[in-house]
Design a protein around this ligand. Structure first.
Ligand code: NAD
Ligand code: MG
Ligand code: MG
Ligand code: MG
Ligand code: MG
Ligand code: MG
Length: 339
């Protein structure tokens, strides 16, 4: 079994006198920066001018340009969008990295696919939380944490692993469990998970279920509650106690339906498609396509996004959620209203 580490297994000293620059203040950036600060570390933020900068300043951080933040830091955590990292790295980071310092990532994409090639005199490590940034912050505040993977790509000081572990502890991940990985394993499994299961798999499953019901003449509101809203309630049970706990809570009728009909929907054919998705990731085909899409100005990304926001499950869902004040929607008032 893999060795999972917790707070008691981790030494903090190696990171204690160091200045940490968090570059980017988005989903992961705000969470890492605030958690590290609350854990007693010295954190500065590197950003370009804009909305994130205002937010970081409101949250009480010293905000520098990316180049300045890197030049004063002992540890640089790169929390820019993956598709921006290469450009910002070569424009503002590389020339300012101190010899013997460390550069770190929360996802291995740019190192693994050689979009960023760091100099030979710095440590390079990974701390990849296995959860959305906003939960990295929220769980930390609750005294809990989101688990994380850590890995070392380059160790020049002899301390890269200890730095990665102390960093994981600083963002609260060691409360939940920290697990060693490689940049390759983290990159490929993270891309696969979000594409086939967590994001792509789930959204496709929900939409297909909703469409099946509405095309058969059932009310869209009923289909929304059945296929989208209740998903969270079911997933909470899975999170808390696995398949067994979820099945304990549902009716035996539902459990029998799970056993006999689940494998009719997600079957060997589906698994073969999952293997295709994994192969494209392993061969670098997915990465190549995403890099080219960005170079072209994201024509397909934007078109599909606009189309998805107009799906009936979204228009119906917005109306129903507005009537459930206890459902806190962070996008409230900011969502596209197109029908
Ligand atoms: P994000 O889009 O939420 O935030 C990016 C930040 O970078 C913003 O503050 C933005 O203003 C800033 N930025 C963008 N372009 C910039 C530029 N040219 N110069 C300076 N600043 C710039 O990004 P994110 O989702 O937090 O992702 C950051 C990293 O974390 C990625 O490597 C991602 O794969 C990884 N990650 C994200 C999540 C997640 O929950 N979103 C989970 C695990 C790992
Ligand atoms: Mg995003
Ligand atoms: Mg992930
Ligand atoms: Mg990811
Ligand atoms: Mg039911
Ligand atoms: Mg039951």
């Amino acid at each position: 079994m893999a060795k999972v580490l917790y707070e008691k297994d981790i030494q903090k000293e190696v990171l204690q006198e160091k200045k940490i620059a968090v570059v980017g203040y988005g989903s992961q950036g705000h969470a890492h920066a605030q958690n590290l600060r609350d854990s007693g570390y010295d954190v500065v933020i590197g950003l370009r001018p804009g909305k994130s900068q205002e937010k970081a300043e409101q949250d009480g951080f010293e905000v520098f340009s990316v180049a300045e933040a890197v030049s004063v830091a002992d540890v640089v955590m790169v929390l820019l969008p993956d598709e921006q990292q290469q450009k910002v790295y070569y424009e503002s980071i590389q020339a300012n990295l101190k010899s013997g310092s460390a550069i770190a990532f929360a996802h291995g994409f740019n190192i693994h696919f050689s979009q960023v090639v760091p100099p030979l005199d710095v440590d390079v490590f990974l701390v990849a939380p296995k959860g959305p940034g906003h939960l990295v912050r929220r769980t930390y505040e609750e005294g809990a944490g989101v688990p994380a993977l850590y890995g070392v790509f380059q160790d020049v000081t002899g301390n890269a692993k200890e730095l990665a572990l102390a960093y994981s502890q600083g963002i609260g991940a060691a409360r939940a469990g920290v697990l060693e990985t490689s940049f390759q394993e983290e990159t490929e499994t993270d891309l696969f998970g979000e594409q086939a299961v967590l994001c792509g798999g789930v959204t496709s499953l929900i939409k297909a279920g909703f469409e099946t019901l509405t095309e058969a003449g059932y009310q869209p509101e009923v289909a929304y509650f059945e296929c989208m809203h209740e998903m969270k309630l079911i997933v909470d049970l899975l999170y808390e106690g696995g398949l067994e706990n979820m099945r304990y809570s549902i009716s035996d009728t539902a459990q029998w339906g799970d056993f006999v009909s689940g494998p009719r929907v997600v079957n060997d054919e589906t698994k073969a498609r999952m293997k295709d998705v994994l192969t494209d990731i392993q061969k670098g085909e997915f990465a190549k396509g995403w890099i080219l899409e960005n170079q072209a100005g994201r024509p397909q990304f934007n078109a599909i996004n606009a189309q998805e926001n107009k799906h009936q499950i979204e228009t119906v869902g917005r109306e129903l959620r507005d009537l459930m004040p206890f459902v806190k929607n962070p996008l409230h008032g900011k969502q596209n209203k197109q029908k």
